[in-house]
Structures are given as C-alpha cells and as structure tokens.
Design a protein around this ligand. Structure first.
Ligand code: C5P
Length: 241
C-alpha cells in the first residue's frame, strides 16, 4: 500500500445534502485523490459545493455526463472549466463533432483565461449496462466491441480518456495507441460487498492490475459505517495489485 494506490481512488459523493458531502470530504480527504460530484449532489446543491471542495484543497471530477448538441456541450464544458474542476465527462455517443468542439472550446478558454485545463473523458457504456441493455437500445455489438469503438472515437476526437468498466480496460488499452489516455473505472467492488446496480464489476486489485488509472467508488465507501476505514481497505486492496 502507499501513496500510489491512494492517488488512484476517486470517491463518488452521491449524497443528498451539502453538509453530508462536507462531512465525507473531511473524513476522506487524506485517503482519496479526488471527489466525484455527480448529477444528484449537483442538482440538489449546485456549484457551491464544487467551489468549497476546491477552495479547501480537494480535486473534483464533475460527473454530469453531458450529452447534447455540440454547441451546448462545448458551452457547458467551458463553464465546467471555469469552476476549476480537474476532470469532467461527456457521452461519447454524442458523436465526434460534439467531443471535438468541446475539447477545442475548453482548451481555448483555459489558455485565454489562464485556467488549468480540465481533462475531458468520454462515457462509453455505463457499468450498469450489459448485453441485454444494449439489445434494448438496438445496439448489436457486444459490450466490449461497443466500448472499444467508442474509446477510439473519443481518442480521435481529442478527448483525454474514457470511463469504462474494469472488464474493458485491457481491450481499450489495446485499441487506443494514445500515450497517457486516461481510463477511469467505476464498477469496482471490494471482495465480499454488494454489487448494487452495477453489472460489469471487478475488485479494486483486479481493476488496478487491468490497468485502470483511477477507480471510482461510491456506495461501498459512502454507505459504510466508517467511510474512512472502508476507503483505507480499498486503497489497501488496490496496493496489493
Ligand atoms: O456506488 P457506486 O460505487 O456504484 O458508484 C459508482 C459511481 O460511478 C456512480 O456515481 C455512478 O454515477 C458513476 N458511474 C458509473 N458508471 C459509469 C459512469 C459513472 O457507475 N459508466
């Protein structure tokens, strides 16, 4: 175990209120590399919690999974950059133009306004989705084929990486030649914990071994009686890889 493993843990602050988010941030700031603010917390309390965490020295992954016309997503990406977040994401299924225009607009505003350019990653296939869900939405490819095709599109469109299940990390690495292409993996469950709605899962050690750059973990930490201890256990399991 050590700082290396800890530098790869992102805690999902999937909670209802700012006080609960603050409490988890204080308990976990020394164990986690970054805090993920997603649609629940952001919809409930807005960007103030993002600023609070950044002002207190934390790093934020804004997980709002933008998916809209290119102009709208590029404009939202610019506002995300202005919040000072480290990573945000868009849906790769929005297409190449959407991703390319967002990457260009964010690079341009970051240079012009002297911001630290956030990394932009693409959601490939949600880790709660499996082959049956793909069939429901008329996708004939297997999950792995769909994820690698979308990862290649993301790389070709100027994104910095993708969100994918740990099961697809090796395939994405093989399919995308780009150096430093980030792979962020939710769908991580320590041995012996509940899968919840996640379907394409691995343990922390397996995900690290597969080559994930960051592991996103929510409920196994935030619902634990002692979140800091649960996070330390996960970092320990990551360090065993
Ligand atoms: O609680 P759990 O560990 O399942 O949380 C995983 C987090 O990662 C959730 O916030 C979820 O929105 C997010 N996520 C995901 N699958 C993706 C992208 C993001 O589970 N493909």
């Amino acid at each position: 175990m050590g700082s290396l493993a800890r530098d790869k843990l992102i805690v999902a602050l999937d909670v209802e209120t700012a006080p609960r988010a603050r409490e988890l941030f204080s308990a976990l700031r020394d164990v986690a590399a970054m805090f993920k603010i997603g649609m629940q917390l952001f919809t409930a309390v807005g960007p103030t919690i993002v600023h609070e965490i950044i002002d207190a020295g934390g790093r934020v992954f804004l997980d709002l999974k933008y998916h809209d016309i290119p102009n709208t997503v590029a404009a939202a990406g610019v506002e995300a950059a202005r919040h000072g977040i480290s990573i945000f994401n868009v849906h790769t299924s929005g297409g190449a133009e959407m991703m390319r225009r967002t990457a260009e607009a964010v690079a341009e505003v970051s240079a012009r306004e002297d911001l630290v350019r956030p990394r932009i990653i693409g959601v490939t296939l949600l880790t709660s989705a499996n082959a049956r869900v793909l069939a429901e939405i008329s996708v004939v490819k297997s999950p792995e084929q769909q994820v690698t095709a979308l990862a290649q599109l993301a790389a070709a469109s100027g994104l910095d990486g993708v969100v994918a299940s740990p099961l697809e990390v090796a395939a994405v690495r093989a399919a995308v030649a780009k150096q430093d292409f980030l792979i962020v993996t939710p769908g991580v469950r320590p041995s012996g914990t509940k899968p919840n709605d996640q379907k394409r899962l691995m343990t922390p050690a397996e995900a690290i071994r597969a080559g994930s750059d960051y592991l996103v973990v929510g409920r196994p930490i935030i619902d634990a009686a002692d979140p800091a201890e649960a996070a330390r256990q996960i970092v320990k399991e990551m360090g065993e890889a």
